[in-house]
Design a protein around this ligand. Sequence first.
Ligand code: KIV
Length: 265
Amino acid sequence: MPITLTTLQSRKQNGEKIAMLTCYDATFAAAANAAGVDILLIGDSLGMVLQGHDSTLPVTVADMAYHTACVKRGNSETMILADLPFMANASLEQTLLNSAELMRAGAHMIKVEGAGWLAESIRHLADRGIPVCAHLGLTPQAVNVFGGYKVQGRSEAQARQLRADAIALEQAGAAMLLLECVPSALAAEVTQAVSIPVIGIGAGPGTDGQVLVMHDMLGLSLTGRTPKFVKNFMEGQPSIQAALSAYVQAVKAVTFPAPEHEFSA
Ligand code: KIV
């Protein structure tokens, strides 16, 4: 059965964790489907792990559409989520046209990075039939504003803002939230405060699901640096297929993330 928004919503209600992974091509999409991954994210992280850039900023809508179409060809049941890359949502009109291009390429939902200011564009897309996932916390497209890839929401003021943004974006029509690099307690609180599914990366075990960059969880790194929240699922596994299945099982059983992958306030 294909994974739909209704499936994800009932997972949240039943407390069954959602397993998401990034994916950029057809072969890995087929392998992830066989492993039981619920959502494949064509992340603009492809700018770093595929293209070798030092940030996600150079990624274009054409790059995203190409890789979304590749993933679609290998996909059978998994929900396909595609990132709107840097500046592709600079105006409402651009947001709509660029999202439509990614939906035509095969996406079922679009992810946008930002904060409370996303409300208008989320409403614009949702009203026109495009489901949206809002990415909050550490949003890598804003790395130059943050001054590096740093944990967000550690101060009381930041935490209050993040809680308010999450609620405002749900009210604007977001179908899902993604929280990146925020303290576990804050992520768990936000997850309880909204009725839409919340996926975490570096956000602890209290969210409704987890996502990792596929290259990271397979133990591949271009820079030699591995973020604290990553686990290498190739360790002890005989194949990539087995590592993907181990990831899904660990997310569902809530054995990943473990305390060593978490951030505190
Ligand atoms: O681009 C990406 O892969 C992402 C994940 C890190 C969540 O946004």
